[in-house]
Design a protein around this ligand. Sequence first.
Ligand code: HEC
Length: 124
Amino acid sequence: MASARDRLTLPCMARRHIIVFASLWILALAAPAADTPRGVWVKAKCALCHGIDGSGQTKAGRQVAAPDLRTPEIAKMTDKALEKSIAGGHKRMPAFQKQVTAANVRVLVQYIRSLTPSPSARRP
Ligand code: HEC
């Protein structure tokens, strides 16, 4: 026979489940990983060749000789020039204008910028 304690805790546990599921649902809505710059980078397959850190040190990256995107040469390029390379391709780098929206190309440029240390942070 159920004790008074069981009768009290069961509805309590049900309520806790509702709270847990509701919070997970809110979290899922609030933080869609694919919409972060890093998420766009991974989803667009940039990480496949360039790595999550932009170093180009992945299996595919080494095969196509993907450059390190954290260099001063890339830092010197304008946003427009980077957008052009990403959308239209550049030498062995494939064009992405069909897979990635113009807005996301700009997000990807910002992601590349975030990987590059700022000149003041760089050691001489
Ligand atoms: C198939 C492998 C591959 C994939 C996938 C790839 N890249 Fe590249 N990427 C390269 C290679 C190889 C180069 C060097 C091309 C060259 O010599 O200019 C490059 C160069 C670049 C450059 C420098 C271009 C320049 O003008 O110097 C940028 C910026 C870049 N990639 C961004 C991206 C972004 C953003 C994505 C995802 C949308 C991406 N790449 C996906 C292989 C890849």
